[in-house]
Design a protein around this ligand. Structure first.
Ligand SMILES: Cc1ncc(COP(=O)(O)O)c(C=O)c1O
Length: 408
């Protein structure tokens, strides 16, 4: 079966996403080939793998060349451990005091943004009776001004962490603020600051084995910045970090691996002057038809896409008319299509012929003045996600959780 046949045979909620695990596996393999051999490959699966589903994406990534996965919260890491993921899990975001034991008990690799935190973490390691020290990565704020210790404090911070027998300082990291813009001056400055921190640590006799700074934009543009590890999210999901940044591999080898689908549930006759949806922000200029689609902002169809975006009905471009509601959106029915329900809608496609007429994620992000990351992380858990591998539906994720139909 191809993706279209899976779409056609789906009998569940009429709004659903298709996640193409083969495309994702290829993306991971291509990225792995691109990343310098001496660097580890950390796939960022925080925020439920950017909305695609943390468990299947983490498993597929690790089976296809990734070494490590990264999450933002303790819960996200725990979900992966419970699903049987045994690789290192880099926990990048902060945790509450009551979450430390879980993070330690589940052997997460913890990013340290400040030193007072090290005391509590070390205590938790002791109290959990762990015999091996917990791996930690020290984050340095080289210019993003978000998280991490300041560069001038890095040597002292490293020394402090190393003074705890319960902790092992395995990594040193930073994060780019602007590696996805055409002018790379800001990123270059951050690299220089990071390199200086590494040099200062060397002078102090401190060697931290895994130094890493690259997100997708840094990874795909600068192999010379890969150091000992890269952390890639969006590129691995097959979306360019920005329109001017091509993905590695042969053209088209890496593919956007999610598409969002729905169906027409009502055809609405519209007379000239009829105002559509809340607030009546779109008024029919002539006799025409609306097509009701059961997807709304509670599913991830952003309200800001009202009146400015489009979807595809049976391959034909259909503009969004009126305001996006919580659970519904209305499209203008293309004139050539019949007045029947159950016609196929593609909300955003992957750019292939099969999904013609619909915007890709990148196009929709541009229309909505946002980035693809926001669009996919907004897809709600109530939207069933259908995981497809080798032409078969292998797993589903919905409000009942994640279920595999065959081993993956
Ligand atoms: C610390 C950190 N590293 C890496 C990434 C991955 O970024 P990208 O999706 O652009 O590859 C993120 C994502 O926001 C991040 O916060």
């Amino acid at each position: 079966m191809n993706l279209q046949e899976i779409v056609d045979q789906w009998q569940g909620r009429p709004t659903f996403a298709i996640v193409d695990l083969d495309a994702f596996a290829t993306n991971v393999q291509v990225m792995r080939r691109w990343i310098v051999p001496e660097a580890k490959y950390c796939v960022v699966v925080k925020a439920n793998a950017y909305g695609l589903g943390a468990i299947p994406m983490a498993k597929t990534a690790l089976q296809n060349g990734a070494d490590i996965v990264a999450v933002a919260t303790v819960d996200e890491g725990a979900q992966l451990r419970r699903a049987g993921i045994s690789s290192d899990i880099l926990l990048m975001g902060p945790m509450g005091a009551a979450e430390k034991d879980l993070a330690v008990g589940m052997d997460m690799t913890v990013v340290m943004n400040d030193i007072p935190f090290a005391y509590g973490l070390a205590r938790s390691v002791r109290e959990n009776g762990r015999t091996k020290p917990l791996k930690v990565h020290l984050k340095v704020d080289t210019g993003m001004r978000r998280m991490g210790v300041m560069p001038e404090d890095a040597v002292a911070a490293a020394r402090k962490i190393m003074s705890f027998p319960e902790l092992r300082l395995e990594g040193l990291m930073t994060h780019f603020a602007s590696a996805d813009v055409e002018d790379m001056t800001s990123a270059e400055k951050q690299v220089a600051v990071f390199d200086q921190v590494v040099a200062d640590l060397e002078v102090a006799g401190i060697d931290i084995p895994i130094k890493h700074m690259c997100n997708s934009a840094g990874t795909v543009q600068h192999q010379d910045w890969h150091k000992d590890m890269v952390r890639s999210g969006i590129a691995t999901y097959g979306v360019r970090p920005a329109p001017h940044i091509p993905l590695p591999g042969e053209p088209g080898e890496m593919k956007q691996c999610i598409s969002l689908h729905s169906t027409v549930t009502r055809v609405i006759p519209l007379a000239p002057g009829d105002a559509v949806s809340y607030g009546g922000t779109w008024v029919a200029p002539v006799e025409t038809r609306g097509a009701l689609v059961p997807i709304g902002y509670a599913d991830g169809e952003l309200r800001s896409l009202s009146n400015v975006s489009h979807m595809a009905i049976e391959g034909q471009k259909a503009p969004v008319i009126g305001r996006v509601c919580m659970d519904q959106t209305i499209l203008r029915m293309p004139a050539s299509l019949p007045s029947t329900t159950r016609q196929r809608v593609v909300v955003f496609g992957n750019g292939t012929e099969e999904q013609a007429g619909a915007p890709t994620l990148e196009e929709l992000a541009e229309i909505g003045c946002t980035i693809p990351h926001e669009l996919i992380t907004s897809i709600a858990p109530r939207v069933p996600k259908l995981y497809v591998r080798e032409g078969k539906l292998v797993a589903i994720s919905d409000l009942d959780g994640y279920r595999e139909y065959q081993r993956s």
